[in-house]
Ligand binder design. Structure first.
Ligand SMILES: Cc1cc2nc3c(=O)[nH]c(=O)nc-3n(C[C@H](O)[C@H](O)[C@H](O)COP(=O)(O)O)c2cc1C
Length: 174
């Protein structure tokens, strides 16, 4: 991880009815994003859409599947200038084997903004690990230095903060 430069955590996280952890007020990935900020001081940009607000788990699963099938790129709120950041953590839940489509909207908009910079992908999931996320980030940001990536089970994030801290510490040793 770049020691001098500024770091940013870009993430998407879906609060509400969730697999394995029931109805949650704060999404699993947001908890990891907050740990990263706590340890590194990184700023945050949360990719927010209200498209899935209040949805039960099963309809959400079906909608997300359709979005992947149709290559939809849902809009998100606001945006951020990535210029001043040298290291960008990118995190989200695994939805159908990769990041949610709304994250790809962000990727597409910023495809040329991270050339020569470091990207550190992470996921929360319920079995798929990093799935296709690292490969998809590599494809989305040509010329970026995309690092190995970190994944943690969504149902572990509240009790296994140590795992996240250990991973973050290992980055600064590099
Ligand atoms: C629409 C949808 C699709 C999902 N697909 C996968 C999947 O393909 N593999 C997996 O391991 N978990 C999958 N999950 C589980 C989430 O990745 C997991 O619960 C994650 O921690 C949610 O993070 P969040 O609370 O930050 O949104 C899916 C969950 C949803 C809602």
């Amino acid at each position: 991880m770049a020691k001098d430069g500024k770091a940013l955590v870009v993430f998407f996280s879906h609060a509400g009815d969730n697999y394995a952890v029931g109805n949650i007020e704060v999404g699993n990935t947001k908890i990891v994003a907050d740990y990263i900020t706590e340890v590194t001081g990184a700023e945050q940009f949360e990719i927010v859409t209200h498209k899935y607000d209040g949805m039960a788990y099963t309809p959400l699963i079906n909608l997300a599947k359709e979005e992947v099938k149709n290559g939809e790129l849902p809009e998100y709120e606001g945006d951020i200038d990535l210029n001043k950041y040298d290291t960008v953590f990118i995190g989200g839940p695994v939805w159908w084997g990769t990041y949610p489509q709304v994250m790809f909207t962000f990727f597409k908009k910023h495809a040329n903004d991270l050339k020569g910079k470091t990207i550190i992908p992470f996921t929360t999931h319920e079995g798929s690990g990093l799935a296709n996320c690292v490969e998809d980030v590599k494809d989305a940001f040509p010329g970026a230095n995309v690092q190995k990536g970190f994944s943690i089970y969504g149902h572990e994030v509240r009790t296994e903060k140590k795992k996240v801290e250990k991973w973050i510490r290992s980055l600064s040793e590099k």
